[in-house]
Design a protein around this ligand. Sequence first.
Ligand SMILES: *Cc1c(COP(=O)(O)O)cnc(C)c1O
Length: 434
Amino acid sequence: MTQNTDLNQALFERAKGVIPGGVNSPVRAFNAVGGTPRFVKRAQGAYFWDTNDQQFVDYIGSWGPMILGHGHPEVVAAVQAAVLEGFSFGAPTEREVVLAEKIRELVPSMEMVRMVSSGTEAGMSALRLARGYTGRSKIIKFNGCYHGHADSLLVKAGSGLATFGSSSSAGVPADVVKDTIVLEYNDVAQLEEAFAKMGSEIACVIMEPIAGNMNFVRASVEFTRRIRELTKEHGALMIYDEVMTGFRVALGCAQSLYAKEIEGFEPDITVMGKVIGGGMPMAAFGGRREIMEKLSPLGPVYQAGTLSGNPIATACGLKTLELISRPGFHAELHLKTGHLMQGLKAEADEAGIPFSIDWQGGLFGFYLLPELPKTYHEVMKTDGAMFNKFFHGMLERGHYFAPALYEAGFVSMAHSEQDIDRTVEAAREVFKTL
Ligand SMILES: *Cc1c(COP(=O)(O)O)cnc(C)c1O
């Protein structure tokens, strides 16, 4: 065990010499929980192995894409076949058309689709499109929602109601975020106030339907309904960021779940990533034809990408979407995830630890709180030290959860009931130590 950690430690030291913080994306560095990140050597099914061959049950799945588990043989075969045909052409391919048609079939609100290479790029482009289409500048986002690291979205809430936020990163000039309004998630009154004040200046409202970047917080039906009504009423667009929820919470994505509660519900633009690439760099945004036709080369809103619609990424994404389209896939995944959540909850109750849970499809959130939070502020009431102890206890026992309390978790179809039972048993031991 000590030996294992030492080998990861050695690699981490080397990494820190050449890569800032030793990682290529910050949450991987374990800054929130402390300790040494595990360097992954390989992965298969529900597991990955670190650089010393310690096995972990993987509950992050590359932060969402690996809904089938790692190395699904049919996906691997599709990628291998694509590799032999060429890596990238800078000219269109049939597979991009097939993938776009497949996305439209599964998500009818996406009448037209533009492919890009990351969720950040998709969110940034969707925002530019909404501004170009409406001819307006102001955008509304919600505290605790993440839409990638585009400048105008790196904004934290200001003080007071419907104030303009300040940038949450160095290097973002105040001018760039002056049109970004940050409101509280699930706060209908604040939303109504913002529209009453400046509805005619708002280009769009961007939201996560289930906020997976503050663990797992559902937008209430009423909140979602009011966003749809107010944007329509004021000529603004509703952008639904389904990068995390897309094809993970349901085959028709989160919008199909809200459409059951809100008659005729459809966002104007949807942003996708993660699962649609099946683990390859692939993301997309799409929406109503009249909006999407504002994009270059048809319209005045510029958007482009050398590797957009990459032939290997499209092969990987397309095969992934085909495999998850089989009837009952998401219902089965929802049951698996439910077993994990209910198992953890039962053990926490037994140990007298405050614990609340929620999940949808292969996405879950648990909190060391007696009740599910509804806003970022409530999420942050979690006892961080207790979470860190839980995280490291599980990690030592070979169960890899997100290394931060404000991140969602992921179950794949490759997770067996035995995997989940083993995780719950490990949690029983860990809860006793908290
Ligand atoms: C992951 C994520 C993004 C950013 O996607 P990247 O591919 O990491 O750039 C955007 N929005 C949401 C909701 C996400 O979960």
